[in-house]
Design a protein around this ligand. Structure first.
Ligand SMILES: [Zn+2]
Length: 261
């Protein structure tokens, strides 16, 4: 978290320098390099991950993404600034060819891509990091990163059981701070301190919602949905705009879909 703030401060400083000078943005344009290490050396082993993301998401994929070895069991991402970063658990680097590190790099990078797609109209933040949209963020990241490493087990059995008991609904999965089975403090979101440690239920819930969206259209349509959410910051109006569904219709159809998974 300390690193994140350091980087955030640095990128804010950098951004303010860019915006207060008259130098055109192109001067700062970084060549499309892909993943680099802490010394800005290209990581060839991750090129297939980058190419796969670029093929699908084009300009939404940052030109350069720093991969930082993180001294923890968990991995996370930092989407701000000119060179966003993924922090990948150090222990995964013992086998750089493993499916697990590829899945993790892909997954964390997807969060950055989702952030870029769902940029607010003021361009400041992507709304994918907001409390209420985290299930979509995790869902899209999980679906695509698992497909990349050819893993089709999304771990949705628990979700299915909970939904059969009537415990799953769209309001609750939008509350990232809630703990399964949806108990805990009421949600609150602070952009300065987003938390990615709560509501693991949002992963399978998000996966099921994204797979449900795929029954309505392709992934380009899901990209449109993230874009729409960025400008509306509202699930209900974006469901209507992109899928012509009311909130209640989407919820009912999604819950029915989970039962068929
Ligand atoms: Zn994630």
């Amino acid at each position: 978290m300390k690193h994140l703030f350091k980087l955030l401060n640095f990128s804010l400083l950098f951004l303010s320098l860019v915006f207060t000078s008259n130098i055109k943005a192109q001067v700062f344009e970084i060549p499309r390099t892909g993943f680099v290490d802490e010394n800005f050396k290209k990581i060839e082993k991750f090129e297939s991950i980058y190419n796969s993301l670029f093929l699908k998401f084009g300009e939404y994929v940052p030109r350069m993404i720093k991969v930082i070895k993180y001294k923890s069991d968990s991995s996370f991402f930092q989407p701000y600034g000119n060179i966003p970063s993924v922090y990948i658990s150090e222990k995964l680097f013992t086998n750089i060819e493993s499916k697990l590190i590829k899945y993790t790099v892909f997954h964390e990078t997807m969060h950055i891509v989702n952030f870029m797609i769902s940029k607010r109209s003021d361009n400041k933040h992507g709304v994918s990091v907001y409390n209420q949209f985290r299930f979509l963020d995790e869902g899209f990241a999980e679906v695509l990163s698992n497909e990349f490493v050819e893993n089709s087990n999304f771990g949705i059995e628990e979700l299915k059981q909970a939904s059969l008991q009537g415990k799953v609904d769209l309001a609750q999965v939008q509350n990232w701070w809630n703990k399964p089975p949806y108990e805990g403090a009421p949600g609150s979101f602070n952009i300065d301190m987003p938390s990615y440690y709560f509501n693991y239920f949002s992963y399978p819930a998000g996966v099921s919602f994204v797979l449900y969206l795929r029954t309505l259209g392709n992934d380009a349509r899901i990209v449109d949905f993230f874009k729409s959410i960025g400008s509306s910051e509202d699930l209900t109006s974006s469901l209507k705009e992109v899928y012509d569904l009311t909130y209640d219709e989407a919820e009912k159809n999604w819950l029915d879909f989970i039962k068929t998974m």
